[in-house]
Write a protein that binds this ligand. Structure first.
Ligand SMILES: [Zn+2]
Length: 442
């Protein structure tokens, strides 16, 4: 088949499967057809670079979670997920039934390799086309081959700037953090170089002026549209409002002290978090915060309760900063929804769109849509999860799941006469792209 024939057959397969799924799920068919054709803005994902950089790319995450001690994987991330079949077929023209054995995985890899060779530098945008994503926010340490504007927009990481002191005691807290803190230390070294500094400045004032602000400004000038915190992997939420003189004293006294007092160090991090959030507001970059139970068997779920962030959102000095809570907040579904009443707080559907069934997600989505519909953002969290599910399959499956759950939620609201068909279509456009367009001023 020619490329055009491939594209046409994929589009018709897409419509047939979408409408078939809609009929089975009780979604209004007119609405389903509308939802199916809107190219989405994906608020959060980790695309890999196109070939030839694909094979060696490690910049898809500041804290890659693929080397952690075993945890119990959510069922949606396991190799026997039925939805993988259609994703493999649509993206790689590979016919296989999950779970694949070793020989099947080899054949899948050969099919993927053939697609990568065929697509070359256009590979990453080809994946977006397969998943019906118009624009994807790429949460990466840096962009590269094939992952470039306008289809991809950059969201870098800033956690490294929160931890300028000796982190060996924090790293000792869990086996996961033992891996994470050296990665943050390395990233901060890179940021030092980028700011033309050889060592950390001796005072907090200089640290802010010579490192923190210049890095944020640099990233903004290089196309960053938001800044991402993975802080939930490194410590709990709950940021006290610490006066700058106190933070400055802690910084100057403890800068070269091994194992700094944890309570004092936390006060410094708390100050830095607010400073960075404030700077992001000045630079018109929303702040992305990981808010859901995260990867690994040592993740601090209680410390990740989004209500702990409320004092930040109620800080009048931070009202010019927009915050986007990533991943739907599970298990704190109702708590996170309540925070959307703050004018500067948004929520995205990433990760939940993979791990939670459309039926279950549609009930959460409906609750949020009934309350604050202009605050909900489509997102996949496409990520290289496993041999069976690369970022490609994850993008494809999350996209299907979101559109199905959105159709279910809106059909339910129509049937209950809460909204008209016209309003349902409007809400679909908002979640799939318009809310993101107004937040990022695309
Ligand atoms: Zn992510």
């Amino acid at each position: 088949m020619t490329a055009l024939q491939h594209a046409l057959s994929a589009i018709s397969l897409f419509f047939v499967t979408t409408l078939h799924a809609a009929a089975q799920s009780g979604i209004d068919p007119t609405l389903a057809a509308q939802i199916a054709i809107i190219p989405a803005i994906d608020n959060h994902a980790h695309p890999l670079l196109s070939p030839p950089a694909y094979a060696t790319d490690r910049n898809f995450d500041a804290l890659p979670v693929d080397n952690m001690e075993p945890a119990t994987d959510a069922a949606g991330l396991r190799p026997d997920l039925p939805a993988l079949h259609e994703a493999w077929q649509s993206i790689f023209h590979f016919n296989g039934n999950p779970p694949l054995d070793a020989a099947g995985l080899k054949q899948l890899e050969a099919a993927r390799e053939a697609t990568r060779r065929e697509q070359g530098e256009a590979y990453a945008t080809y994946i977006l086309d397969r998943a019906n994503i118009g624009t994807e926010l790429a949460n990466r340490v840096k962009l590269g081959i094939g992952v470039q504007p306008p289809r991809f927009r950059w969201v870098p990481y800033v956690d490294a700037l929160l931890f300028p002191l000796d982190n060996s005691a924090l790293a000792a807290a869990t086996p996961d953090r033992k891996q994470f803190f050296p990665l943050e230390d390395k990233l901060r070294e890179k940021y030092l170089q980028q700011a033309n500094l050889k060592t950390l400045p001796p005072t907090l004032d200089l640290y802010l002026k010579q490192l923190v602000t210049p890095i944020l400004e640099q990233q903004k000038s290089q196309g960053a549209v938001a800044e991402k915190f993975e802080i939930a992997y490194l410590r709990s939420f709950g940021f006290d409002d610490v006066p700058q003189p106190e933070a400055a004293r802690i910084y100057a006294t403890l800068l070269h002290t091994p194992h700094p007092d944890p309570a004092q160090y936390k006060r410094l991090q708390d100050f830095l978090f607010r400073y960075i959030a404030h700077e992001c507001g000045r630079l018109n970059m929303p702040v992305h915060i990981h808010t859901t139970s995260g990867g690994g068997g040592y993740f601090d779920i209680a410390g990740d309760n989004p209500l702990l962030l409320e004092p930040l959102f109620n800080d009048t000095r931070l009202r010019k900063t927009n915050f986007v809570l990533l991943h739907g907040g599970w298990p704190f579904i109702h708590e996170i929804g309540s925070l959307l009443q703050k004018p500067n707080v948004y929520l995205d559907l990433s990760q939940q769109s993979l791990m939670i069934s459309p039926r279950t997600m549609s009930t959460w989505l409906r609750e949020w849509l009934e309350l604050f519909p202009e605050k909900i953002l489509y997102a996949t969290d496409a990520y290289p999860y496993s041999q069976s599910m690369g970022w490609e399959e994850a993008a494809y499956i999350a996209n299907q799941n979101i559109r199905t759950s959105l159709g279910m939620a809106l059909t339910g609201m129509m049937q209950d006469k809460q909204i008209t068909e016209l309003q349902a279509e409007k809400l679909a456009h908002m979640v799939l792209r318009e809310n993101a367009e107004s937040l990022y001023k695309f």
